[in-house]
Design a protein around this ligand. Structure first.
Ligand code: CO
Length: 464
């Protein structure tokens, strides 16, 4: 059987290349062609798309999903779901996770790809259970990273556990694009031998190796791969869909996509790409190859975030020093994978360590919470001296149980708090996840004003 393809152009494609700014009209413009191309699924929704709709586009993300669903009659729709964080940054109570899963499926999602930045599977459990409860396809994605603890055996053991948990498929999520071709071959071979779950690979072209890695994963038995249609492919995004189709055509791996439909969709989405190139949101730098990510093992988006942080503080001369500090901070903190929200947290700590002239003299609240166990279990133990420096000598409570166990149900409280503003449970969920921006959006919706947004070219906060 051929390889199945998930196209990410409408989620990770524009998230990676131009800060997730595609409008709903742009998302819809080539959708009927994409729907007829023969994909296994289209990834269309996630934290950044949801946030960007409310924050920058003055659009309702739920409405986008319903419009996409109305056009997509043949193809499954997939979303990215950050475990107990849902689409936000903090841990939510189980009832909010459950309600979000229910409403996502009701509004049109078929496949929920759930991951946790730390691969702490306790943080996946509620999302998995809810997806199964409401009849969705639950895919668990394991965050891929390199470290002394992130061995092939580590991933194989996790794969066995997630199979037992009730996942329907398993994805290796290489958000940084650092998975090497031979490592992918070994990893997918061993996963194939140890689990019955269909296997998928998500990687990024940033370092210039993604196509090789995808090919080796396919040879090792990977069933599904993520690619992006050409206008949204390459650079910091995924490998190109059409190119992979041509490369595999006539082989036993032939994805059998309809090239005519791909071409027709690409013509339309090329106009979108041209717009963002012209207005500067698509920086040509994002389209190039950056082998430094293989040297530093950090996602491309993180490199540009760090550069922006240092520029704003007039400290660009410290760039190399900060880059060298990132792996040290990771080691101190027990090798967290650099994916949202840990990528931002580790990056900020590295910047503070260098700029303040003393390591862990200044510690962001989030890092303090991480050390106290509030994000879950670190992959390796946190360095004792660093822990002491961060928490001090007082008897600070460190938790070892699942962080969300401490949270009382929250949904009804949000509903009550915003009862004059919300018209649906979907609105309540928007408020729960992105409180300030959602409230502002809903107030404006009611006033029916279309205010001019200051177009701030922000760094892309999401790594995934
Ligand atoms: Co990604």
């Amino acid at each position: 059987m051929g390889v199945k393809i998930v196209d990410t152009c409408l989620r990770d494609g524009h998230q990676s290349l131009f800060a997730t700014r595609m409008t709903t009209d742009e998302v819809l413009c080539a959708l009927s062609e994409l729907d007829k191309a023969g994909y296994y699924a289209l990834e269309v929704w996630g934290g950044a798309t949801f946030d960007s709709c409310l924050r920058f586009l003055n659009e309702d993300p739920w409405e986008r999903l319903r419009k996409v669903r109305a056009i997509c009659k043949n193809t499954k729709l997939q979303m990215l779901f950050r475990g107990q964080n849902i689409l936000g940054y903090k841990h939510y109570a189980d009832d909010v996770v459950d309600k979000f899963v229910q409403k996502s499926l009701e509004n049109g999602i078929d496949i929920i790809r759930v991951f946790d930045a730390l691969n702490d599977i306790r943080n996946l459990k509620q999302a998995v259970d809810s997806t199964n409860k409401y009849g969705g396809h639950c895919q668990i994605a394991l965050s891929y990273t390199t470290s002394p603890v992130h061995t092939v055996d580590y991933y194989v053991n996790l794969a066995k556990e997630v199979e037992k948990m009730g996942a329907h498929s398993l994805c290796i999520k290489d958000m940084a694009g650092v998975l090497l071709p031979e490592d992918a071959y070994e990893l997918f071979s061993k996963l194939k031998a140890n689990t019955k779950l269909p296997l998928e690979l998500h990687t990024h072209c940033t370092g210039g190796i993604a196509e090789m890695t995808v090919m080796k994963a396919i040879e090792a038995g990977c069933d599904i791969v993520d690619t992006a249609l050409s206008p949204l492919a390459g650079g910091t995004s995924q490998p190109c869909t059409e190119s992979l189709q041509y490369a595999l055509q006539g082989t036993k791996y032939d994805p059998k996509l309809d090239v005519k439909m791909l071409e027709a969709a690409a013509v339309k989405l090329s106009k979108v790409r041209e717009k963002y190139l012209a207005n500067g949101l698509l920086n040509p730098k994002a389209l190039g190859i950056n082998p430094n990510i293989l040297k530093y093992q950090v996602p491309g988006g993180m490199l540009s975030n760090l550069m922006n942080q240092l520029k704003s503080q007039g400290a660009m001369d410290k760039y190399e020093e900060v880059l060298k500090e990132v792996p040290r901070v990771r080691k101190d903190l027990g090798y967290p994978p650099l994916v949202t929200p840990l990528s931002q947290m580790v990056g900020t700590q590295a910047v503070m360590n260098i700029l303040s002239g003393e390591r862990y003299k200044i510690v962001p609240k989030e890092i303090n919470e991480y050390v106290r166990g509030l994000y879950g279990k670190s992959p390796a133990p946190i360095d004792e001296a660093v822990k002491k420096k961060i928490l001090g000598d007082g008897d600070v409570k460190i938790i070892t149980h699942r962080p969300a166990d401490d949270l009382e149900p929250q949904f009804e409280a949000y509903k009550e708090k915003y009862k004059d503003l919300v018209k649906s449970d979907e609105d309540v969920l928007s408020c729960a996840l992105f409180e300030q921006v959602a409230v502002k959006f809903l107030e404006n919706r009611d006033k029916k004003v279309s205010e001019d947004k200051d177009e701030v070219i922000e760094v892309n906060l999401y790594i995934g």
